[in-house]
Design a protein around this ligand. Structure first.
Ligand code: UT7
Length: 319
């Protein structure tokens, strides 16, 4: 059995902050941000919490699937910015959507989180443990960034995406995942002194990043892990219809496509609108493509995530 996606959903807060708005906070400008990252704007949470956004995305996925929430057996929620350490955000989602029969827990692997949660769900389903699993990626990055640091605050946004998986007979799912804790200092985020985007930074907490180190890591490791999954599947790059990569920087995605000698048209992007929403980027993009009718049953999709840890993961499955 494999987990087939039978519904997707997403949510972003209505408040939009574009690059010109950011230029009022830090020494930056629209041209630099667009050229270096492909980002035009980001949605920023005000009242909305991570678990609220996750629940909205989940409700939309459940609604699209037509499945009764009571049939959901497990909720896996990837996040590194939940408003509470406990109860976990997955339990908040369970309550909000009426998934009274589901178990639920959060996974934290930063931007790689959704792909790892998706792989975990597939493992449960192929082992026959669960049949109906809700996988969510949700993050409020605006609560973690230092709004005085132009090297990081321009990159991130808030949002959530969800996919509801149902056990069916089908083509096997292939996956891989890696971590390199030695390189952890390249990208760190503290949760001790969380503040809103408008409040002053104490410069000790928040996200710290060696941008170039993360950039180089992603450009090297993402093609490697895609090749690793293809080898496991005994298939060829040309067989893949669509590569849904973590949306961190359009130049990273372009460099990955170039290294793989693959048409950039197979690498959809929505960074312009949402920026990097961490664990939410992959399901947000999946939902956008699904609702636009750009995904057909039987298409081969490769998901790939990378981020703090450092961590990276990929998954090949048939839509
Ligand atoms: O989910 C994973 C999350 N992290 C990532 O994906 C990060 C990956 N890395 C990146 O995306 C890029 O490294 C950045 C977008 C963060 C930075 O781009 P870059 O091309 O590596 O720029 P840089 O850090 O080498 O900086 C180039 C110049 C510097 O000025 P000087 O020293 O050349 O005078 C920076 O001070 O650009 C300056 N700079 C800026 N200028 C205007 C850095 N940030 C900004 C800014 N606006 N926001």
């Amino acid at each position: 059995m494999v987990g087939k996606i039978c519904g997707t959903g997403s949510y972003v807060p209505p408040r939009v902050m574009d690059n010109d708005d950011l230029a009022k906070l830090v020494d930056t400008n629209d041209a630099w941000i667009r050229e270096r990252t492909g980002i035009g704007k980001r949605h920023i949470a005000e009242e909305e919490t991570t678990s609220f956004m996750a629940a909205q995305a989940a409700l939309r996925a459940v609604e699209q699937s037509g499945i009764d929430p009571e049939e959901i057996e497990l909720i896996l929620l990837a996040t590194s910015s939940s408003e509470m350490i406990f109860p976990c955000a997955a339990c908040e989602v369970q309550k909000a959507i009426g998934a009274v029969n589901a178990a639920g827990y959060d996974l934290n692997a930063a931007c790689t989180g959704f792909v790892l949660a998706f792989n975990t769900a597939q493992a449960y389903i192929s082992a026959g443990i669960y049949k109906t699993v809700l996988v969510i990626g949700a993050d409020s990055m605006s609560s973690l960034v230092d709004w005085t640091d132009r090297g990081t605050c321009i990159l991130f946004g808030d949002g959530a995406g969800a996919a509801l998986l149902r056990a069916e007979e089908g083509a096997p799912v292939y996956m891989a995942a890696h971590s390199d804790g030695e390189k952890g200092p390249a990208l760190t985020g503290m949760s001790r002194h969380r503040k809103g985007w408008a409040e002053e930074s104490d410069n000790e907490s928040y996200i710290h990043m060696d941008g170039q180190a993360v950039f180089k890591f992603a450009v090297r490791k993402v093609p490697e892990i895609i090749e690793e999954v293809l080898e496991k599947a005994g298939t060829d790059l040309k067989e893949i219809d669509c590569f849904v990569l973590h949306q961190a920087n359009c130049r990273i995605i372009e460099a990955v496509a170039k290294r793989l000698e693959t048409d950039i048209g197979k690498f959809p992007m929505n960074l312009e609108e949402y920026a990097n929403t961490s664990a939410a980027t992959v399901p947000l993009l999946l939902d956008e493509m699904n609702r636009k009718g750009r995904l057909q049953r039987g298409q081969k999709l490769m998901l790939a995530g990378f981020g703090a840890g450092l961590t990276w993961a990929a998954c090949l499955f048939e839509w």
